[in-house]
Design a protein around this ligand. Sequence first.
Ligand code: 13P
Ligand code: SF4
Length: 325
Amino acid sequence: MTSIAADLYPRVSHVVPEAEWATMADDVEAILRLKAERNAVILAHNYMRPEIFHGVADIVGDSLALARKAMDVEADVIVLAGVHFMAETAKLLNPTKTVLIPDLRSGCSLAESVTPADVRALRAANPGVPVVTYVNTSAAVKAESDICCTSGNAVKVIESLGVPKVIMIPDRFLAANVARQTGVEMVVHPGACEVHERFTPLDIAQIRTDYPGVTVLAHPECPPEVVDAADYAGSTAQMVDFVDAKAPKQVALITECSMSDNVAQLYPDIDFVRPCNLCPHMKRNTLGSIRHALETMTNEVTVPADVADAARRAVERMLAIGVAK
Ligand code: 13P
Ligand code: SF4
């Protein structure tokens, strides 16, 4: 292992054994070199494996933060270590950049659950009702919407509309959770996140039995009864903010597996209980797939011109609401 990889090791030593890190060192160093050669930056979602999140990423965050930061990238190339809709959003917001995704198969059960035709049918059935689309959708679906939201700003986006009823798609659980917070009636679509829909109130009860006094934070893509059983619900960035502000002695993050691994490094005095579900789409991102994308400059993500303008409008309308997180 060279000194570069050795210097980075303390960032992952809480979850990656030294012998395993030694096997990763060649890819890490190649990626750091390729970033400089290609004038590239890596934007990584909070669900990336620790060796990506702490080892090679330049910017990390939740879906909203990654969209905001993508706008400001000055480098020629953006590697979006996340899933396809995130890469499309980066391309929409910074269209002159080359946007690469490590694995083009990195989809999302939410994005795949809804088509532009579904949105048009919902609009036809609910004339005059605005369409709010979760960012976890294709650009083509965004292009059919009035405004986007993320889990971090959904409540503020809905409240900004000042209407009694919205079409909120495609996550039926996020819609149900936001409906309860805002009192706004929701027309929903039967989509769900395959990671978060699997958590149950029984899981939370078991965690509380096993770890008395634990603080439980749930993602709002979880079913409402799971959110009810938790102490707090928020996006992945809001979970970090909660941990930072409240410094609980022991915490369980009810979300994707890498989240706790990544956050634990920042808070060595907090005990992270690690019940989790893996996102197979996020896990397609590896050091090897990032290295390959940068070496070959393949897996470029583009957005067809006929949908880009309308999709960008829906995303920019969301960003204009000016929500901090
Ligand atoms: P946030 O990072 O916006 O909370 O979203 C979670 C998620 O599932 C993204 O795919
Ligand atoms: Fe989609 Fe859920 Fe995976 Fe996020 S965690 S990419 S919402 S399937």
